[in-house]
Design a protein around this ligand. Structure first.
Ligand code: PEP
Ligand code: MG
Length: 575
């Protein structure tokens, strides 16, 4: 195996620790027949494995509740119930007794039967339960074979987590005391586990390839998430070198923290808003710690994920109000539900689509399922008096969608006012620009919104026709490509002409190569992961907007991303 695996640097930082291989695959057990006299002992061994699994899940449940709240812990209640389910437990016990076979094989067969049955169900929710059954049964199996199941919330020593992939809920379970970073075999810079890592300020590399699976738990690794390298079993010399790099990195971060209370101003005195993206209330701590000028994107879909039913109006109201209060008068842009694409919601029971990124997602879905949309809008409007709320609609392609969304928002506002519930009269209403059609028609949209926020993660995916989740086409994620820059420039100019402001909340907004160009093009607000705010504040303080306006003109006329990148680097090194 190569000593160094390379991948995509998804969240910066350096970690040195033992690898912890995370995965759920258990080997297929062997079928062994046993003597009649042994069946009772075999059943007892199975019951003991179930008991150990129960204790483990109970612990994870309590831990998750403490760290992430009751809602995120709900899934483990369901797991505990499965361990009392006669279809799984009693049937396995019967099989041991009747067929006189080992517990591992009995459990294996029963699990497969239950999973097959669930997977054939019409109901999406029941099909989803198949994954839970596999998970729980894998945990019991782990105890039977003497290899207890790996759990990310149960790490007990400092580790770098190595996995095929991490779902957003796997990432949410990471115990940050011990998880110093992670590396996954698949994924891209804009996949949600990568975004989550950045908001947790956890060093991460994605897309290191299948070799990830051959790193045994316990091997020392160096995760260099600045360069996108994972060094497996490093030499003494490499360890020394990286300990030095890690110390230098931490020193720089400490220095940057001093900028936390400062305003965001360019070298020629232009004030900007450097805001942060969040996906939950928990992310606010990093936003405040890094002194962001606001929240430029609250991805509310995460409130709907990792649970089994929709959050109620009151629950949402409390969350939005809390965020507005915590931000204490600073701008908070809350985006309405953006479900679909890689963000699934099993209990919504949507029909399967062959192209989910091009399907009934985000605002399209909200206009189709108005009950959902209206509940969220009411919660937002009710919370609006607690701070400076901006409401933003995602994935708009045509004017009629924007008009319909605004009409529904207005209807809900009037209803609330009639009910005597106060609503702020200074809410700004804006839209994301993430579909090329909307960028090209920005002039028309600009007349009907208060602001734009450019979602480059999707805008690049749709402009380049390259799935943002597919690492084989990750080379087409080209934020500095002139095609992308021209679209961005077009949007900013359209907003300027209509006297509106433009933000950007895709990953590009925090990218140090893109920032000078965006500043030059006149972007007003940059929203990024909280950990990028201070480096961005330091950077803009060194840049003249006037100078970069001229450079951006030149860059826009180029033919490739490589030329633009080289050009920016040259100009920066002369500065
Ligand atoms: C985007 O598309 O750039 C964006 C910010 O939205 P998301 O990453 O949540 O799709
Ligand atoms: Mg998007």
């Amino acid at each position: 195996m190569a000593n160094i695996l390379t991948g995509i640097a998804a969240s910066p930082g350096i970690a040195i620790a033992k690898a912890f291989r995370f995965g759920h695959a258990a080997p297929t057990p062997e079928r062994k027949t046993i003597e009649e006299a042994e069946t009772e002992a075999e059943a007892a061994r199975f019951r003991e494995a179930v008991r150990l699994a129960q204790g483990e899940i109970e612990e994870i449940r309590a831990q998750t509740e403490r760290r992430l709240g009751a809602q995120k812990a709900e899934i483990f209640e369901a797991h505990l119930m499965l361990l009392e389910d006669p279809d799984l437990v009693d049937v396995t016990l019967d099989k041991i007794a009747e067929e006189k076979i080992n517990a591992e094989y009995a459990l294996y067969e029963v699990t497969n039967a239950v999973v097959d049955m669930l997977q054939e169900m019409e109901d999406e929710l029941l099909r989803e339960r198949a994954a839970d059954v596999k998970d729980v049964s894998g945990r019991v199996m782990g105890h039977l074979i003497g290899q207890p199941y790996a759990s990310l919330s149960g790490l007990s020593e400092e580790s770098v987590v190595i996995a095929e992939d991490l779902t957003p809920s796997d990432t949410a379970q990471l115990d940050l005391e011990y998880a110093l970073g992670f590396a996954t075999a698949v994924g891209s810079r804009t996949s949600h586990s990568a975004i989550m890592a950045r908001s947790l300020e956890l060093p991460a590399i994605v897309g290191i390839g299948a070799e990830a699976a051959s790193i045994p738990t316990g091997t020392v690794v160096i995760l260099d998430a600045a360069e996108g390298k994972l060094i497996v079993d490093p030499s003494e010399e490499e360890l020394r070198e990286y300990r030095g790099k890690k110390a230098a990195y931490e020193e720089r971060r400490a220095k940057l923290k001093q900028l936390s209370g400062q305003p965001s101003v360019s070298a020629d005195g232009v004030h900007l808003e450097l805001a942060a993206n969040i996906g939950s209330v928990e992310d606010l701590a990093k936003v405040l710690e890094n002194g962001a000028d606001g929240v430029g994107l609250f991805r509310t879909e995460f409130l709907y994920m990792g649970r089994s039913s929709f959050p109620s109006e009151d629950e949402q109201y409390r969350i939005y109000k809390h965020v507005l209060e915590k931000m204490n008068g600073k701008r908070v842009v809350i985006r309405t539900l953006d479900i679909g694409g890689d963000k699934e919601l099993p209990y919504l029971e949507l029909p399967k689509e062959s192209n989910p990124f091009l399907g009934l997602r985000a605002l399209r879905l909200c206009l189709d399922r108005q009950d959902l949309f209206r509940t969220q809008l009411r919660a937002l409007l009710r919370a609006s008096t607690a701070g400076k709320l901006n409401v933003m609609f995602p994935m708009i392609a045509v004017l009629s969608e924007l008009r319909e969304a605004k009409r529904i928002l207005e209807e809900e506002r009037e209803k609330l006012l009639r009910e005597g519930i106060p609503v702020s009269d200074s809410i700004e209403v804006g839209m994301m620009i993430e579909i090329p059609a909307a960028a090209l028609n920005a002039d028309s949209f600009a007349k009907e919104v208060d602001f734009f926020s450019i979602g480059t993660n999707d805008l690049i995916q749709y402009t380049m026709a390259a799935d943002r989740m597919n690492e084989s086409v990750a080379y087409l994620y080209q934020p500095y490509h002139p095609s992308i820059l021209r679209l961005v420039g077009m949007v900013i100019r359209a907003a300027n002409r209509a006297g509106k402001w433009t933000g950007m909340c895709g990953e590009m907004a925090g990218d140090p190569t893109a920032i000078p160009l965006l500043l030059g093009m006149g972007l007003n607000e940059f929203s990024m992961s909280a950990g990028s705010v201070l480096p961005a504040r330091e950077l803009v303080g060194q840049l003249s907007k006037r100078e970069w306006a001229a450079f951006a003109e030149e860059a826009l006329a180029m033919g490739s991303q490589e030329e633009v990148k080289q050009f920016v680097e040259d100009k920066r090194s002369f500065a």
